[in-house]
Ligand binder design. Sequence first.
Ligand SMILES: Cc1cc2nc3c(=O)[nH]c(=O)nc-3n(C[C@H](O)[C@H](O)[C@H](O)COP(=O)(O)O)c2cc1C
Ligand code: SF4
Ligand code: SF4
Length: 253
Amino acid sequence: MNAIYLSGTGNTKHITELLFSEIGAKGNIVPIESPDVNDALKDDELIISYPTMFSNIPYLVRDFINKYAADWKGKKIFLITTMGLFAGDGTGCAARLLKKYGAEITGGLQIVMPDSIGDCKALKKSHEQNKEIIRKADARIIEAAGQMKTGNNPREGLSFWAHLAGLFGQRLWFYNKTTGYTDKLKIDPAKCVGCGLCAKNCPTNNIVIKDGKATASGQCTMCYRCVDFCPKQAITLLGKKLYEQPCYEKNAK
Ligand SMILES: Cc1cc2nc3c(=O)[nH]c(=O)nc-3n(C[C@H](O)[C@H](O)[C@H](O)COP(=O)(O)O)c2cc1C
Ligand code: SF4
Ligand code: SF4
């Protein structure tokens, strides 16, 4: 089994790695933007994981599934989504698309983790609260891995009821946010020192450094990785002001 993940601030990467090791899987875990996905896709059994965005799949993940449409037939896929609070059918959205291309969905997990949106004050939690969220998430993964080893895979987010919850709970109202990449990333040229960290880490190559300043175009999948990495706090996306730079490693300490 191999795993392919998208992770902006590290939550999904951590959860994927933990589940992988707890179930004793032996393959490779690769980020979705890596050229190694071509090799990872050769395995018939895969974990695919990503953060929930507006109760939907990040556009990069949708694009990826569509791009490899011919490769999914007959594959057994276990889906994981991480979320700040409410995913609805965060796994179900990818499941329906993959099933259309002939994949078999072997199960799903929807795991609450710290919120990755650092430019919205209402979502900010204390360090202790985030640490506790991670502790509970880890415990859930260990429990789920035990279930999976007995052939009893969890199926979170895959039911008809989850579909309704995702649709009416959030997706319908925010649908336009996830139908494509966005051009809404804002980089403050007065703060940017041109270090290039944002450009180097962006999974969609949306940022370039020109004349010593970072500039973004319209290919952002809203992962918040650049917002999190910028040493000068120069980047915002959904909000106008940065309140924190959420990151799994910092939250888990
Ligand atoms: C653009 C955006 C939209 C999000 N929408 C949701 C949401 O609908 N429901 C939710 O519970 N969390 C939502 N989140 C929070 C993330 O899903 C959550 O923090 C996730 O664990 C981040 O994973 P990562 O660190 O692997 O990127 C959203 C985050 C972003 C950046
Ligand atoms: S990480 Fe921040 S400071 Fe560095 S190039 Fe990007 S925007 Fe500028
Ligand atoms: S521009 Fe930033 S938020 Fe958008 S995809 Fe790239 S790293 Fe993620």
